[in-house]
Design a protein around this ligand. Structure first.
Ligand SMILES: Cc1cc2nc3c(=O)[nH]c(=O)nc-3n(C[C@H](O)[C@H](O)[C@H](O)COP(=O)(O)OP(=O)(O)OC[C@H]3O[C@@H](n4cnc5c(N)ncnc54)[C@H](O)[C@@H]3O)c2cc1C
Length: 373
């Protein structure tokens, strides 16, 4: 028997997690209300990389062709040193044919999910800042890294500043820009760039610096500071940075994956449960996976407490592993001195001799299909 038909569900937050959950739950017959603080789901944010594990969910929600229309395929990832010289390449299209990796502007993904959630019957109330947690039969906290529900279930926590600061910017893409994600790695800093479609190129640049920065998505930064921090980088980087007009800046914080995701009546999904550093490009992907698994668990039977416990048991170990992999990449990209020379030489050799191995290391991540129990 379905546990969701006519079941009222209240979701806090209309980000990627909240809207995917709204869509998945409403498609299964739940009566979904989403409460979002923002007055409009505006053009905020920049690029997201969406890997096959999340694409399987978008396909199961019936959104694959619409998503393809707003995103670009990602053919490969290139790891380069700060001069622009190739260190390794991961040929996603060649080694994983049929497994789409895609690049998209966050705002376009959010707009698609909002439309799909509304089409499935979800009500989305914008301009609704939740200051007190409502007492409802089922409350989902999809309210991001500064979640209100998370401390209620876990007590107060102090995130740890990693000593890394990130800038992000959009610049015009070259008309012939290859659909490739490039990572330029220098001592204590790295820069990631990829085209996003619709004439946009995404830049994210991370440096180690001790001064604290706000953890949020809307703090404006200084383009000249970004250019100065990457002044020694070569290849296409100087030309890209010259074009930056507006830049956002945010501090990278490490949060533990929440110990308690649910209490039988309330549950956390997305960044509210497991904020991650961006170095595996899995923040939005984990949110999409969570949303599907939550809906599937709730739909499996009428026992909501058992369903939420199962949801946590299925998701928590996987999200922990992904967050730890992102933490490890934070170190690997910024190596200095002899360690860096040895690591880059090793990567070059593997990339030349056994290129598929670089991707196969992450089979546990990308081969996962959240839509099969
Ligand atoms: C404005 C913005 C821009 C972003 N830009 C990027 C980017 O460029 N690149 C990238 O990799 N990631 C970006 N992210 C983060 C990325 O979207 C998330 O890491 C990932 O998608 C997981 O999403 P989430 O839905 O769990 O959390 P979020 O995307 O953070 O969504 C949480 C939502 O909850 C709402 N909310 C929070 N508290 C309340 C409350 N009390 N009442 C009502 N609503 C509330 C927020 O307004 C937000 O819409 C951005 C997030 C935001 C909010």
């Amino acid at each position: 028997m379905s546990g969701l038909k006519h079941h009222p569900v209240t979701i806090i937050g209309a980000g990627v997690a909240g809207l995917t959950a709204a869509c998945a739950l409403a498609q299964r017959g739940a009566e979904v209300t989403v409460l979002e603080r923002a007055g409009a789901l505006r053009e905020v944010g920049a690029g997201l990389q969406i890997s096959p594990n999340a694409m399987r969910v978008l396909a199961a929600l019936g959104l694959e062709s619409r998503f393809r229309a707003i995103s670009l395929p990602s053919e490969r990832v290139e790891l380069r040193d700060s001069t622009g010289r190739m260190v390794a390449r991961l040929d996603l299209a060649r080694h994983r044919p049929g497994d789409p990796f895609r690049l998209v502007h966050r705002a376009r993904l959010v707009a698609l999910l909002e439309q799909a959630a509304r089409e499935a019957g979800a009500r989305i109330k914008l301009g609704h800042d939740v200051t007190e947690l409502p007492d409802v039969p089922l409350l989902i906290g999809a309210d991001g890294v500064k979640s209100r529900l998370r401390p209620t279930l876990n007590g107060p926590e102090t995130p740890f500043f990693t000593g890394q600061t990130a800038w992000r910017a959009l610049i015009p893409a070259e008309p012939d820009a290859a659909p490739v994600a490039q990572v330029f790695m220098g001592p204590g800093r790295h820069l990631v760039s990829y085209p996003l479609g619709q004439g946009q190129r995404n830049l994210v640049a991370v440096v180690e610096r001790p001064d604290w920065q706000e953890e949020g998505w809307s703090t404006p930064g200084e383009p000249s500071e970004l250019r100065a921090a990457f002044a020694r980088f070569g290849g296409p980087v100087p030309e890209w940075l010259e074009q930056v007009q507006d830049v956002g800046i945010w501090g990278l914080f490490r949060h533990p994956v929440a110990a308690h995701w649910q209490d039988g009546r309330r549950a956390l999904i997305g960044d509210a449960a497991h904020p991650t550093l961006p170095f595996m490009a899995q923040g939005a992907v984990m949110a999409i996976e969570d949303a599907w698994v939550l809906a599937a668990c709730l739909d499996a039977g009428p026992d909501q407490e058992a369903a939420l416990a199962r949801f946590q048991a299925l998701r928590q170990p996987r999200c922990r592993r992904i967050v730890e992999a992102a933490n490890a990449n934070a170190r690997n990209y910024h190596l200095r001195g002899p360690t860096r020379a040895v690591a880059h030489a090793g990567l070059r050799a593997v990339s030349r001799l056994a290129p598929a191995r670089l991707i196969e290391r992450f089979a546990w991540l990308y081969d996962h299909d959240p839509t099969t129990p």
